[in-house]
Design a protein around this ligand. Sequence first.
Ligand code: ARG
Length: 454
Amino acid sequence: MTMWGGRFGEEVSDDTWEFTVDTSDRRLLLDDLSGSMAHVEMLGSTGILDPTQVSVIVGGLYTIREEAVGGSFTFRDDDEDVHSAVERRLYELIGESAGRLHTGRSRNDQVATDMRLYLRRAGESRVQDIESLIGTLADIAEREATTPIPSYTHLQQAQSTTLGNHLLAYCWMLLRDRDRFASCVRRLDASPLGAGAGAGSGLPLDRDQVAKSLGFPEVLENTLDAVGSRDYVAEYAFCCAQTMTHLSRLAEEILLWTTTEFGWATPSDAVSTGSSALPQKRNLDIAELVRGRASVVVGDVTAALTLQRGLPLAYNRDLQEDKRIVFHADDTVAGSLRAMGVVLDGLVFHPPGPRAETASLDLAEALVARGVPFREAHEAVGRLVRRLEEEGRSFSEVGPADLAAVDERFADADLELLHGPMGSSRDRVAGTSAARSQLEKIRAELSERDQPLR
Ligand code: ARG
């Protein structure tokens, strides 16, 4: 049954129907019911509908809600979208009174309302999912706060640092992702209802009351903006894509770390997958899929933006596609956040530690501390590196004569920088103490947000 048969002499063709029907919006059912309840109650309190009509409609909506929650609500092939399905069921339950629900409303402001309600809740869940992954990373970082590893530039060993510090970098990225979701939710938290098809209604609707009962702190002032804008969809998709990008970098690193060549970590059996052909294989498909799915979510942002570009005001059916896009982005990030938590939980770390050469800058800075210009100190260590390379020796084998040969301003004590796993660079690395102070700050940020967003 369509909501718009009156002006046509003939039925819409099956092909048209099949092409235009949307089923991806079915997950909006509960939000659609909340919007309808708030709307019809407002129609009652403003006197647009009489109290008996309102209570009959509200009763019917409650029954539908029970069916939806209990899983007995069924969609039919001839429901054009979620809004039509609710109205069709309402007719089945309460008869002709159902025809009053859509008073002063259009599916255009209705669907924008449903989406804002849905994304508000989804965004709040993503904030929690991200916080929980940060918690997992922070716990591992604490355990590994003093585990020496090389840091990299250009994927070549650069300076020593700690595994704790390395993992904390991801905590900070994810904290910003969390804040982005929270601020996106704050921006989309406004009510479109009352905008109708686009230019409002002549009926004395109370838009503030509807907004208030749906927990929206404000009403969207401009009705064309209310039904025609989807910047919140693109912004939400971006929040998902940026988070996926961070997860993808972490996934890529975990994939490197778990190779035979790196040998930094071993994944648990629970998250490993095997090969149908190669009996020895232990693959980490979760990390590869997170990396792969990040690309698709990046595409969702492009889709959400190009959906809006060139679109005349206000509502156009193009906008129906926003759901598929943002649901895909959100489902993917939700699943990936959880899966990465499980992967991290099961990782056993055993990094071999940095090469002594990663102390090169520390050695140069020992000269700088004695007043040598940095460029000269850099040259001196460069000469040492060349000499060792030519002789096929390593930094860990350097003796006092080697230092004196490249620059007489080196002191014997400088050798300590090159010996032992990290030498005295231990004081420099944003390692032990710095990792601990970062951990404190990160945990404080997590508990600060413990209060609800709204
Ligand atoms: N299913 C539609 C959507 O998601 C609802 C709005 C339909 N409005 C219309 N004028 N046909 O956008």
